[in-house]
Design a protein around this ligand. Structure first.
Ligand code: ZN
Length: 558
């Protein structure tokens, strides 16, 4: 062995160094490795022993790790990266969505009805038919669907399918009956029960009116929930997502993660952040940030400061450009702010991490105020507070983010989606500090990347594409919407791997291809570092490894 390779063995104990080193279980060679390790950014080969990377180097250096039982994989010069870590997902909802009827690409009302009929025939008697994401603007004529379209094919299946924007559902007659909605039911506050010219129900329920139906849908059974999570795990593996951070899971989700862990079936690493309204539970049992093992950790809390831009409920200093009387809302949890302060203080005293959803500039600012108060009361510490979304920043707050060492946990796909219409809602000036990824980096703020799946697709290639191009989905900004906020591919990958690992206190364990770290990796169909940025979204995953185990293989099941 060349002496230059000895540094690769630093992870080994003195005792192991004194003997012959063990052979690797797996060697991946002839790869273009982008390690995301600044001290050693590129390599051709890696050696894996058990669930850890033991060496990273040239093909010749790594050959020294070959033993009679070593599995050697030549990947023909393909690009290998650390596995992606999605810092913000709703994993169970995402898995459930994969099983829902897909209506988004239906191109006519007949096709809408046909797909619902087909799904209803396969739906168990007391299960609801949900999801859909229909978009009637793709039909000719572009007419809202009515319950009459689907009633004849769903006599015994309750249907509540949603429009793609999430602001309207279409219920069939059975669903309306189960919800107790009649033509005489008044519109609830914040919602509309859509009626025809004669006052008859159409099945349309807007915003808060949809809750009248949602509240009678039975909670998923243990079996359904487990099925959704298994579907989500499969989907994540197929996309090279090796870790996810599950925001506001139900406790029942965490119970299923534990069950899968016991059975050796948890193929994506999970960090779960239940709602801050449940802070006392974790405080009582003395759990701290990052508690658990390599596959399942807790110790963070998810809080909500405000609403969203799409529903005009994000909380701003000034009114929306298109709604002069409205500057959005603080969330329920922020009424009163002193209740939120008490919960945050109690979480911090217990050593729990805070991940707070804040979208509007005033919502973000209010959370930074609270974080600053806690730091003042409890002193400096390595807390890695997060603001989830951090969407619309006040100019003065970038510096405060940096001073308080707050992580911006951001979702680039939202930028190319909302970027289609955000400027009409908040005007040019505020839009210029929207999804301001470059400005965050320039201020020394750490980014963690994710998707908010199932609100946006889980595919990391779409998020990389979004961060690098900022080309809105409507094709109207081919050179980028506020292009000065673009990230480079390398910056986006680092934020999506090491950045997200840092945001869950696991940057020493994962997030880069470094000797001693967990062997979580993804092999790509194209060299994402050297292709036309418009093509990043078409890059596919060839193989995914978690802890050195193959969890996805495009050539067939592992
Ligand atoms: Zn979310």
């Amino acid at each position: 062995m060349k002496s230059s390779s000895w540094f690769l063995l630093l992870f080994l104990t003195g005792a192991a160094l004194a003997q012959n080193k063990p052979a690797a279980g797996l060697i991946i060679r002839n790869a273009k490795v982008w390690t995301v390790d600044r001290s050693h950014p590129e390599a051709a080969a890696i050696a894996i022993l058990g669930d850890r990377i033991v060496a990273v180097g040239s093909d010749a250096e790594i050959d020294a790790w070959r033993g009679p039982a070593t599995h050697v994989l030549d990947v023909s010069g393909k690009r290998l990266l650390p596995g992606f870590n999605d810092a913000h997902v709703h994993f169970t909802d995402g898995g459930a969505q994969l099983d829902n009827v897909q209506l988004n690409d239906a191109t006519s009302s007949q096709e809408f009805a046909r797909r619902i009929a087909e799904r209803a025939a396969k739906t168990a008697k007391d299960e609801w038919l949900l999801g859909g994401d229909w978009d009637e603007t793709k039909w000719n004529p572009a007419q809202m669907p009515t319950k009459e379209l689907i009633d004849p094919v769903t006599p015994t299946t309750a249907v509540a399918v949603n429009r793609y924007d999430g602001h309207m559902i279409r219920a069939n007659s059975l669903a309306l009956k189960l919800a107790g909605i009649t033509a005489q039911t008044p519109d609830p506050a914040g919602g509309v029960i859509v009626r025809d010219a004669q006052g008859n129900l159409t099945g349309g329920l807007k915003d808060a009116a949809a809750d009248l139906v949602y509240k009678v849908i039975p909670l998923p059974t243990h079996k359904q929930r487990r099925h959704s999570i298994e579907r989500a795990l499969e989907h994540a593996a197929s996309l090279g997502v090796t870790s996810v951070q599950h925001m506001n899971p139900d406790y029942a989700d965490i119970a299923i993660y534990n069950e899968l862990l016991d059975e050796g079936k948890l193929t994506t690493r999970i960090y779960a952040a239940p709602l801050i309204t449940q802070v006392d539970d974790q405080v009582k049992i003395g759990i701290k940030r990052g508690f658990g093992g390599p596959y399942l950790r807790i110790g963070a809390l998810k809080a909500y400061a405000d609403g969203s831009l799409g529903s005009a409920t994000a909380y701003f200093f000034e009114p929306f450009a298109d709604q002069p009387g409205n500057r959005g809302l603080l969330s329920d949890e922020m009424h009163s702010i002193s209740l939120m302060r008490d919960r945050m203080m109690s979480a911090d005293s217990a050593g729990l991490q805070l991940c707070t959803h804040a979208i509007g500039d005033a919502g973000i600012s209010t959370i930074l105020d609270l974080y600053a108060e806690i730091e003042k009361a409890h002193g400096r510490a390595d807390r890695r507070w997060r603001v989830e979304h951090a969407q619309h920043m006040a100019a003065k707050d970038f510096d405060r983010f940096a001073e308080l060492h707050v992580i911006a946990s951001v979702q680039p796909y939202h930028a190319i989606d909302d970027g289609r219409w955000a400027e009409s809602r908040i005007g040019h000036d505020r839009a210029s500090r929207t999804y301001a990824f470059r400005t965050f980096l320039d201020h020394g703020v750490r980014l963690a990347l994710g998707t908010d799946w199932n609100v946006a697709p889980l595919n990391p290639m779409l998020s990389l594409y979004a961060a690098v191009t900022r080309a809105t989905l409507d094709g109207k900004n081919p050179n980028g919407w506020f292009p000065e906020q673009k990230l480079t591919v390398k910056e986006a990958i680092e934020a999506y791997t090491l950045g997200s690992a840092y945001a869950e206190f696991q940057d020493k364990e994962k997030g880069s291809i470094t000797a001693g770290k967990l062997a979580d990796m993804v092999l790509l169909s194209e060299d994402v570092l050297n292709i036309d940025s418009a093509k990043i979204r078409d890059v596919r995953v060839l193989k995914t490894w978690v802890g050195g185990k193959l969890t996805y293989d495009a050539e067939g099941r592992p």
